[in-house]
Design a protein around this ligand. Structure first.
Ligand SMILES: [Zn+2]
Length: 75
């Protein structure tokens, strides 16, 4: 696997969507290539930031829903 191959697989690798064979080749390349390794790390960081933002965005809404439910229920 060369850098171009690794770049192609990068986004799927971050999502954990590689086949076992791709995963192995990708990891091997990452270990031997500092520039792809750095890029992969960056991609993982970006993804976890996005995921955090989604969770933070959803949390207040579910809170609002549960508050609405509480006020709806008869006492
Ligand atoms: Zn590389």
């Amino acid at each position: 696997m060369n850098c171009t191959d690794a770049q192609t697989l990068m986004s799927a690798a971050v999502d954990g969507e590689l086949t076992l064979k791709e995963q192995k080749g990708f990891e091997k390349h990452i270990l031997s290539c500092p520039s792809c390794s750095a890029e992969f790390e960056e991609a993982q960081k970006t993804k976890s930031i996005i995921r955090e933002k989604i969770i933070r965005f959803k949390a207040p809404q579910s809170l609002v829903k549960s508050i609405l439910k509480l006020s709806d229920s008869p006492h």
